[in-house]
Design a protein around this ligand. Structure first.
Ligand SMILES: [Zn+2]
Length: 128
């Protein structure tokens, strides 16, 4: 898994005008620069998690086809739940990736940022 990044080139744009986001079609990760360096790094780890997740063959089997396509979707229960599933998995995948590289970082901070990010998604999921 940790070899994925060596085979393909992903560009990272760090700018004040972008969201923390993976643009898989463009092989681009955007990271907002109006955050501390630590937060930027954890966001990057998380977006790499999205990337490794979506590059796995089983992603298409474990998530429905219309979800994988990344088209603008209706807010169905399936879409909301699958979004949460992917977000949780991306935090874990990113951590696996960074640990696989032997990168040592502040786990307490990572856990706090993950909790805050996932909590926002949970609020998004339950509030209309
Ligand atoms: Zn995410």
């Amino acid at each position: 898994m940790s070899h994925l990044m060596c085979e393909e080139e992903i560009h990272v744009e760090i700018s004040p005008d972008v969201n923390n986001e993976l643009w898989i079609g463009e092989m681009l990760i955007t990271i907002n620069s109006k955050q501390t360096h630590k937060k930027r790094f954890f966001c990057l780890v998380h977006e790499i998690g999205h990337y490794t997740l979506r590059r796995k063959r089983e992603f298409k089997m474990r998530f429905p086809e219309d979800y994988v396509k990344e088209e603008k979707q209706k807010r169905t229960k399936q879409f909301v739940v699958d979004t949460l599933r992917e977000e949780v998995l991306a935090w874990e995948e990113g951590l696996n990736y960074a640990e696989g590289l032997g990168i040592d970082f502040d786990m307490d901070s990572y856990n706090r940022q993950r909790t805050a990010a996932l909590y926002k998604y949970i609020e998004w999921a339950v509030l209309k």
